[in-house]
Design a binder for this molecule. Structure first.
Ligand code: NI
Length: 198
């Protein structure tokens, strides 16, 4: 089932999410629905708060990053992205390592806006997968980038929170419009500030 993605301005996106345990109701159905929702919106990551659940879980599928033209040079940051489909439950980023680099991030909750965010190139983390197997793993390149973005969501942080005051000020009107549903988007969304009578 495709779930509506909550838009910028919804308080659930600003909340620190809660850990879950194995008894969390209908977890496998929820994971399935989140993948369906993410693919429908052509996203590479989706965190539970974005579908209105304030729990520490996100999913990723980085395969769109693996697609390249034949004569294009291999991008080392895109290595093994075709297999990067995962579920992260109760993840903890233990450490961020390496050099900082900028990348223009987008977010399904903030459609049509992309801005450069500076992050470190590597993460060392622990998490449970959808079968409750525990993992301790390192990720780098675009994998780390997607994880850092999604991890922010379960901490109540959006990529716009990383922007300079000036840059954010320049986006104020567009962000307000998104909250009110004044944005052209081709997937199902839930807007927090739709005005009555519209
Ligand atoms: Ni996002």
């Amino acid at each position: 089932m495709i779930l509506p993605i909550v838009a910028y301005g919804d308080p659930v996106l600003k909340k620190e999410a809660e850990e879950i345990d194995k008894d969390y109701p209908n977890l496998s159905q929820l994971i399935e629905d989140m993948f369906e929702t993410m693919y429908e919106a052509s996203g590479v990551g989706l965190a539970a708060p974005q579908i209105g659940r304030s729990i520490r879980m996100f999913i990723v599928d980085g395969s769109p990053f693996a697609e390249k033209d034949e004569d294009e040079e291999e991008d080392p940051r895109a290595k093994d992205m075709e297999d990067f489909k995962k579920v992260f439950i109760n993840p903890i980023i233990e450490e961020e390592l390496g050099a900082e680099w900028g990348f223009a991030e987008g977010c399904l909750s903030i459609p049509k806006i992309r801005e450069e965010v500076i992050r470190k190139e590597k993460v060392r983390m622990t998490y449970y997968d959808e079968n409750w197997n525990f993992h301790e793993e390192e990720f780098d390149g675009y994998k780390a980038r997607i994880i850092q973005h999604e991890y922010d969501h379960i901490e109540g942080v959006l990529f716009t929170d990383h922007l300079s005051v000036l840059k954010k000020r320049l986006l104020t009107k567009r962000l307000a419009n998104i909250s009110q549903g004044v944005v052209n988007v081709d997937y199902k969304m839930k807007f927090p500030a739709i005005k009555k009578g519209r």
